[in-house]
Design a protein around this ligand. Structure first.
Ligand code: IMP
Ligand code: MG
Length: 188
């Protein structure tokens, strides 16, 4: 038996915590294609730069840009993570700076999930070091009841309840990013 099957799991046990299917591959891909179309339409005639927030956004970014029918560039910021916990440390550290010159460019920040909003707030403040022509934010998931910081997310894949999720780039102690679907921690 393989150690981890990346498709069609009935549930995933992490110690005594049980994760159950929440958004399957088909639903995710359909929504990512819709977002790609929306962004393609809105940026017609422009040459945007997509900036993924590592590590979590790497899958969303790679699927999203394959649905962007425009010339575009990509780059990454890397932020410090949750560590091995399910709850944010409340601190963000920049682990990787940009390489692209985004002066006068149309920037789309690509994030896997907005929880408290702290990471996006941090990125927004970081953006003030640069002089981009515009900045928008795309997040695959948005925990609407968890957001504590005043951030504007321009493109949202799915609004989800305040529960811990894994898969499709999202980790628990760095594992499970390679799951093709998103699973949610079953509570109670
Ligand atoms: P925020 O700064 O509190 O908005 O948290 C955003 C970051 O925390 C995301 O980029 C994720 O890396 C991580 N995160 C938040 N919620 C979850 C979750 O449910 N599962 C896995 N990672 C999460
Ligand atoms: Mg992240």
């Amino acid at each position: 038996m393989s150690e981890l099957k990346t498709t069609d799991q009935e549930f995933i046990l992490v110690g005594n915590e049980k994760f159950v299917p929440y958004l399957n591959e088909e639903k995710i891909q359909k929504r990512v294609a819709e977002l790609g179309k929306e962004i393609t339409d809105e940026y017609k005639g422009k040459f945007p730069v997509f900036i993924g927030i590592l590590n979590g956004a790497f899958l969303f970014l790679s699927d999203l840009i394959r649905n962007i029918h425009l010339n575009c560039e990509i780059d990454f910021f890397k932020l410090s993570s949750y560590g091995d916990e399910k709850i944010s440390s409340g601190k963000v550290k920049l682990l990787k700076e940009l390489n692209a010159d985004i002066n006068d460019r149309h920037v789309i920040i690509v994030e896997d999930i907005v929880d408290s909003g702290l990471s996006i707030k941090y990125i927004e403040e970081l953006m003030s070091r640069y002089k981009p022509a515009s900045v928008k934010v795309a997040a695959l998931l948005y925990k609407k009841d968890a957001v504590k910081y005043d951030v504007k997310i321009d493109y949202i894949g799915f609004k989800i309840p305040n529960k811990f999720v894994i898969g499709y780039g999202l980790d628990y102690a760095q594992k499970y990013r390679n799951l093709r679907s998103i699973y949610v921690l079953e509570e109670g």
